[in-house]
Design a binder for this molecule. Structure first.
Ligand code: NDP
Length: 597
C-alpha cells in the first residue's frame, strides 16, 4: 500500500461533508409538478381504451418492472395462473421503461443483474447490458411466463382496501376498475418518482427543460441506442447533477451540444468500466445448470465481508474493494486483530481505492483545475459508485464546462438559464439529472387501508415495519418487495427481488394448498425482525461521516432512518430465507380463515 496521509484524508473528507450538509435534508427537493407534471404521461406507447374491470383475481401485482416480472414468473412456476399485473407505463420494464436517456445501462454485470437468464435461456450480449437490452429482457420474461395477457397497462392503482369479511383486497384504479383480489403484491420500486432541486425559478425558465428520466428525443435528436443528439448542435445545454444517471449521459451530450454546462454539487467517484461482448463459447462453458444462482451467491459472498469465496466470478470494479479487504484479512499479522484494527484496515483500503480513483481523474482530465474539481473526497460506498470509460474525458472538450458549486448546488433558475455562485449561465435547455424520491411506497401514489381501518401511512408514520421486508402486520395477504428491510444489497437489487418473489410464491401456494384464506405477519415476529435490522454502531458512524446523499438520508442519520437490511448481511438473509421457506411452517406468519360473521 502506498503511504497515504490518513489523518489528512480524514480531515479533508470531514470538511467536504460539512460544506455539503444542509438542515433541510430531504425537504430540499420538490416533486415534479407544474411544468413537470407531464412526467406522468407516457411518450412511448399509445394509451389504448379498454373496459373497466369489476371481477376477481387471485393475485394482483402492482408494478410491471423487475419486481413484478420476477414475482409473476415465480407464481406461474408455482402453477398459479390467475394473476394480474397493473402498471402505469405502457409496457413492462419499470424504471427501464421510463429511463431511456442516452447511455442508459446497468453497471452491475449483466450475468447477475438480468434476472432469470437461465430460465429464459438468454445469453447477454455484453458484460454490462445497455437500457434497450434490459428492456427487451423484461419482455422476454413476460413472454416466457405468459404475463402480457395478464397485464393492465396505463393503469394506476388509486386505492387498496382490505375487505375483512371476504378476506380480499378491493383494488381501485384511475381507469375506473374496481376489482377484488385475494392477494396483492406491491412491487412499485424504491426509486421511481423523479425529484427536482427545490430552488426558486424552476417554473420561470423560458427555454426547454426535462428530467433525465423522461428524455426528450424530439428535442435533442438521437435515440436510446446511442445515435448522436444532432438537434443539440446549435444549443447551449445545462445538466444539473453528476450522479449515476448523469455520468453516462454526459459523454453523449458532450459530443453533441454546441456548449454543455455541467452543474456539480458533489463530484461522483468514477471508476473504470470496461465493457466487452460476451463470447458464445465462453458463455456455453459457464452456463451449466444452476449457473446464475452460483454467480448471484458468489457476487453476494464477495461483497459480504467475512464470507469471501475463493473465486470472484464477476471480478470487476464493484468487487475490487471487497477483494482488497479479503487480501488484507488473509494476510498474517503479528498479533490477534480486534474489531478496531479491522475497521482501521478497511478504512485504509478505502482511502487507497479512492486515491486511485482520484489519480484516474488526473490521468484523464488535461486541465488540472478541472481535474481538481472532479475529485471525490469521501469513502467509496458513501454514495452510489459510478463507472465509466468516457465520462472524465468529456471534460477535455473545449465545449464542455464544469460548473462546480462547491457543495452548495445551483442557486436558482431564471427565465434565461441557471445561476450558481451569483453567475448566470444562459442556456437553451436544462436537463435535470437530480435523482428520485427514496420511498418504499409513496403514500400519494395510492392509499392502502388494511385490517380494522389501519392506514399504511399511519402504520409507518414512525418508520417502515415489516417481517423479512415482505409482510406487514395489519395488512393480510399483502406482500411488499422492500429490499431495504430484506438483504438490501445495493449493487444488485434483482437478487433481492428474485429471492423475495420465491418467498411470495411459496407462501401463497401454502395458503391455497391448505385451504386457508389469509396470512398475516404476527406482531411479535415483526417487532423481532425490526431488531434484526438495527444497524451496528460502526455502520451508523460510517454513514454519519459520509457526504450527504440518499444512502445516509441526506446526512440526517439516525438508527431508525437506517433500517438498511438484515444486520448479518445479504448472504445471511438469503440463507435465512431459504431455511425459512423450506421449513414449511413459516414461523412469524399466522394463517387463517375468514372471520365468522
Ligand atoms: P442521484 O440522486 O444519485 O443524483 C442526483 C444528482 O443531482 C446528484 O449529483 C446531486 O448532487 C445533484 N443535485 C441535486 N440537487 C442539486 C442542486 N440543487 N444543485 C446541483 N446538483 C444537485 O440520482 P441519479 O438519477 O443519478 O441516480 C439515482 C439512483 O438510480 C442511483 O443511485 C442508482 O441506484 C440508480 N441508477 C442505477 C443505475 C444502474 O446502473 N443500475 C444507472 C442509473 C441510476 P449531490 O450528490 O450533491 O446530492
Amino acid at each position: 500500500m502506498t503511504e497515504l496521509d490518513l489523518d489528512g484524508l480524514r480531515r479533508r473528507y470531514a470538511a467536504e461533508r460539512d460544506k455539503r450538509i444542509r438542515p433541510d435534508g430531504n425537504s430540499q427537493y420538490v416533486p415534479t409538478t407544474g411544468r413537470f407534471a407531464h412526467l406522468g404521461n407516457d411518450p412511448f406507447t399509445v394509451r389504448a381504451g379498454r373496459a373497466a374491470k369489476h371481477d376477481h383475481v387471485t393475485v394482483t401485482i402492482i408494478g410491471g418492472g423487475l419486481a413484478g416480472l420476477v414475482t409473476g414468473a415465480r407464481l406461474r412456476e408455482a402453477g398459479l395462473d390467475d394473476l394480474r399485473i397493473v402498471d402505469k407505463g405502457g409496457a413492462f420494464g419499470g424504471v427501464w421503461y421510463w429511463n431511456r436517456y442516452p447511455g442508459a445501462g446497468c453497471d452491475t454485470a449483466s450475468m447477475i443483474y438480468l434476472p432469470l437468464l437461465e430460465e429464459t435461456g438468454y445469453r447477454p450480449t455484453e458484460r454490462y447490458a445497455r437500457g434497450p437490452e434490459i428492456l427487451a429482457h423484461c419482455d422476454r420474461i413476460a413472454e416466457r411466463y405468459g404475463l402480457a395477457p395478464r397485464a393492465l397497462f396505463h393503469t394506476a392503482v388509486t386505492s387498496l382496501d382490505w375487505d375483512d369479511a371476504r378476506s380480499r383486497w378491493i383494488v381501485a384504479t384511475d381507469r375506473g376498475d374496481e376489482f377484488t383480489s385475494q392477494f396483492v403484491v406491491i412491487g412499485t420500486g424504491g426509486l421511481s418518482a423523479a425529484k427536482l432541486p427545490g430552488v426558486p425559478g424552476i417554473e420561470t425558465f423560458g427555454g426547454h427543460c426535462f428530467h433525465a428520466s423522461r428524455w426528450d428525443y424530439a428535442y435533442t435528436g438521437g435515440d436510446p441506442e446511442g445515435a448522436p443528439l444532432h438537434r443539440l448542435a446549435t444549443r447551449r445545454v445545462a445538466i444539473i447533477g453528476t450522479g449515476a444517471t448523469a455520468v453516462p449521459c454526459i459523454p453523449h451530450l458532450a459530443r453533441s451540444c454546441q456548449e454543455l454546462f455541467v452543474f456539480q454539487r458533489t463530484p461522483a467517484s468514477v471508476d473504470a468500466r470496461v465493457n466487452a461482448r460476451i463470447d458464445r463459447d465462453w458463455f456455453a462453458s459457464v452456463a451449466t445448470p444452476g449457473w446464475q444462482e452460483r454467480w448471484l451467491e458468489n457476487f453476494c459472498a464477495n461483497m459480504s465481508a467475512g464470507d469471501f469465496p475463493s473465486r470472484d466470478l464477476v471480478d470487476d470494479e464493484w468487487t475490487d474493494l471487497a477483494k482488497r479487504v479479503r487480501r488484507r484479512l488473509t494476510t498474517p499479522r503479528p498479533g490477534p486483530a480486534g474489531s478496531a484494527d479491522l475497521r482501521a484496515d478497511i478504512e485504509a483500503l478505502d482511502f487507497e481505492k479512492m486515491s486511485e480513483i482520484r489519480a484516474r481523474v488526473d490521468a484523464v482530465v488535461r486541465d488540472p483545475a478541472t481535474a481538481a474539481r472532479l475529485k471525490a473526497w469521501y469513502r467509496q460506498l458513501c454514495k452510489r459508485p459510478c463507472f465509466s470509460q468516457d465520462y472524465l474525458s468529456a471534460y477535455n472538450l473545449p465545449s464542455v464546462h464544469l460548473v462546480d458549486t462547491d457543495g452548495k448546488g445551483v442557486e436558482r433558475i431564471t427565465p434565461a438559464g441557471v445561476v450558481a455562485a451569483g453567475v448566470e449561465y444562459r442556456v437553451d435547455c436544462i436537463i435535470y439529472a437530480s435523482g428520485f424520491e427514496v420511498a418504499p411506497v409513496r403514500s400519494h401514489d395510492f392509499a392502502m387501508t388494511g385490517r380494522a381501518g389501519v392506514k399504511l401511512t399511519e402504520y409507518w408514520s414512525t418508520g417502515m415495519r415489516s417481517l423479512h421486508g415482505l409482510h406487514v402486520r395489519n395488512f393480510p395477504n399483502a406482500f411488499f418487495l422492500l429490499p431495504n428491510q430484506a438483504a438490501n444489497f445495493a449493487a444488485n437489487v434483482p437478487h433481492n427481488l428474485t429471492d423475495m418473489a420465491q418467498t411470495i410464491a411459496v407462501v401463497i401456494s401454502h395458503v391455497l394448498a391448505r385451504g386457508f384464506e389469509r396470512v398475516e405477519a404476527e406482531e411479535q415476529a415483526e417487532r423481532a425482525w425490526l431488531e434484526q435490522l438495527k444497524p451496528n454502531p460502526s455502520a451508523i458512524s460510517f454513514l454519519s461521516d459520509c457526504t450527504p446523499g440518499y444512502y445516509n438520508n441526506e446526512g440526517q442519520v439516525s438508527p431508525d432512518s437506517l433500517r438498511n437490511g438484515y444486520r448479518l448481511g445479504p448472504l445471511a438473509y438469503f440463507r435465512l430465507m431459504k431455511r425459512w421457506r423450506s421449513s414449511g411452517d413459516f414461523p412469524g406468519l399466522a394463517f387463517g380463515h375468514r372471520p365468522v360473521a
